[in-house]
Design a protein around this ligand. Structure first.
Ligand code: HEM
Length: 509
């Protein structure tokens, strides 16, 4: 009995001393300002959807570098260009870690994918592979034909749909979201595996695989938000909130089976096409097989490309078209630019995009007002550092509120208005005021591909069709919830072929 008491008293003293020293240490620290918080859950009750808006109002009260506790996880929110600059220059390496979340562990093959891996040799290798091979300018030039064909098929499908509405003067009401999602998905899938999975000329088996895969990706996205156990890790081993972990594991298994099927198919195609000898080919799977990557690494990379690269590009197009429908004068200006540079006899090519400043300004302005990743992707400090003169302890989650910076009236004139011309003459020099792709070593490696896909598709749609709103009301521009910031209402629009484009382009598709 005595032994038990000795044990209890020494354990309590140790715990007390530990808490005391921790408190002393944190009192000595100059932490960023913070709202009052509750024990154990910290500031979790303050965090309402959409999170970027909640964090913006907190930063208005507590300043551009603000500290919060999401349960036991310390968080610093950055909402000014100068603080963001510090994050991505002086502190870039220190902040290059990603926080360990339940969903990143389950969907990220145990934190071994490019987006989830901690900063270290594994991440460096995947990053090298992604930047220098899979998404290199050379490889992107090689996959141009895929993008041109997918955009041509999209234009053709709208043309057919509009032409069928004879009574309406060839003007059809079209649903845009799923079409733009299919476009981005097919482009990335073809770059990864060499096959398209949606639309015309698809074999029935592939269409079924695509349907299942799209379903799985949708479920994975829905489950990928933060889990309560990410902030209260002590509970992770004891409770499975709403069965989320079980569902995540189930979705990850289903996705793994589909991805493995794609690798196996490509492996046997490679063998068949060269009598058993491995052949040189340009899909991502081929590249990774040739370099000896394991099947799990390849599946992780496929999932990363699809998760990071499809909805981000398609929502950008959806927001941009919505803005143009609410600003027909800007749509006309973009159309005039296309008539001038491309003319009525062909569809635009990627080489044209650089000669279309009005279109580029529209895309930049859409990304400024509606960044698909409003808080970028969370970073984590692996050493103590300072931001804005405040101490940021090791293990702090860093959220850069790009959405707030891009709408800050101290940074942009009339920040909530759509004014593409504000980007004139800036030519990429946005000094941490415009950062939809993040910055620094963990910045988006797919920005070049995204700009090509979004630019090419918008150019072709604006050039070939007259677009109008479905009713008198402006298109609703409020955001819904989701991992990639969606429009609350999927976009619908009235679409009519432009007379000048019918003879030599639309009629020939
Ligand atoms: C408009 C389209 C896109 C936007 C707005 C976007 C935005 C972002 C952002 C904000 C990040 C996080 C940066 C940070 O942590 O600071 C990111 C990371 C990433 N993006 Fe994109 N992205 C887009 C398209 C793409 C595409 C097309 C791909 C590839 C096919 C891609 C692949 C990735 C990957 C792999 C990462 C993780 C990088 C790492 O952790 O090292 N993204 N993206």
């Amino acid at each position: 009995m005595d032994d038990v008491w000795v044990y209890i008293i020494s354990a309590s003293s140790c715990l007390f001393l530990l808490c005391f020293f921790k408190l002393q240490r944190s009192n000595r620290r100059n932490l960023p300002p913070s709202p009052p918080s509750l024990p154990i859950i910290g500031h979790l009750l303050l965090i309402k959807e959409p999170v970027h808006r909640t964090l913006q109002s907190l930063s208005h009260r507590y300043g551009p570098v603000l500290s919060l506790s999401f349960g036991s996880r310390p968080v610093v929110v950055v909402s000014s260009p100068s603080a963001a600059e510090e994050c991505f220059t002086r502190n870039d390496a220190v902040l290059a870690n990603r926080p360990h979340m339940l969903s990143s562990e389950i969907f990220g093959y145990g934190l071994t994918t490019i987006g989830t891996a901690p900063y270290g040799p594994l991440w460096r290798d995947l990053r090298r592979l992604t930047v220098l091979q899979i998404l290199s300018p050379h490889r992107l030039a090689g996959s141009l034909a895929i993008r041109l064909e997918e955009v041509r098929l999209l234009v053709k499908s709208f043309y057919k749909e509009a032409a069928m509405v004879a009574g309406g003067g060839g003007c059809a009401k079209v649903e845009m979201r799923s079409r733009l999602q299919d476009l981005s998905f097919n482009i990335i899938m073809r770059m990864i595996s060499g096959k398209r999975y949606f639309g015309a000329a698809i074999d029935a088996d592939d269409a079924e695989v695509a349907r299942q895969f799209r379903e799985v990706i949708k479920e994975a996205f829905e489950l990928s938000g933060t889990d309560p156990s990410d902030f209260l890790p002590a509970l992770r081993k004891v409770v499975d909130f709403k069965g989320r972990k079980r569902r995540m594991v189930d979705v990850a298994k289903r996705s793994d089976v589909i991805l493995q099927g794609m690798i196996d198919e490509l492996r046997s195609r490679r063998k068949r096409s060269d009598g058993g000898r491995e052949v040189e080919s340009k899909t991502m799977i081929d590249t990774m097989l040739s370099e000896g990557y394991s099947d799990d690494s390849i599946k992780g990379q496929m999932l990363s490309m699809l998760a990071a690269g499809t909805d981000t590009s398609s929502v950008t197009m959806e927001w941009a078209l919505s803005l143009l429908l609410n600003h027909p004068d800007v749509m006309k200006k973009a159309q005039a630019e296309l008539d001038d540079v491309v003319g009525p006899d062909r569809l635009p090519d990627e080489a044209d995009i650089q000669k279309l400043p009005c279109l580029q300004n529209i895309i930049n302005e859409a990304l400024r007002l509606f960044p698909p990743a409003p808080l970028l992707v969370p970073h984590e400090s692996f050493e103590d550092c300072t931001i804005g003169g405040f101490d940021v302890p090791q293990g702090t989650m860093i959220l850069v509120n790009a959405w707030a910076i891009q709408r800050d009236s101290k940074v942009w004139d009339d920040p909530t208005s759509f004014k593409p011309e504000r980007h004139e003459g800036l030519e990429g020099d946005h000094a941490y005021r415009l950062l939809p792709f993040g910055m620094g070593r963990r910045g988006c490696p797919g920005a070049g591909l995204a700009n090509r896909v979004v630019g090419l598709a918008l150019a072709a749609l604006i050039q070939c069709f007259e677009w109008e709103r479905v009713g008198e009301e402006p298109v609703d521009m409020s955001e819904g919830t989701g991992l990639v910031m969606p429009k609350r209402q999927p976009l619908e629009a009235m679409c009519k072929a432009r007379e000048c484009m019918v003879a030599n382009v639309l009629g020939q598709l």
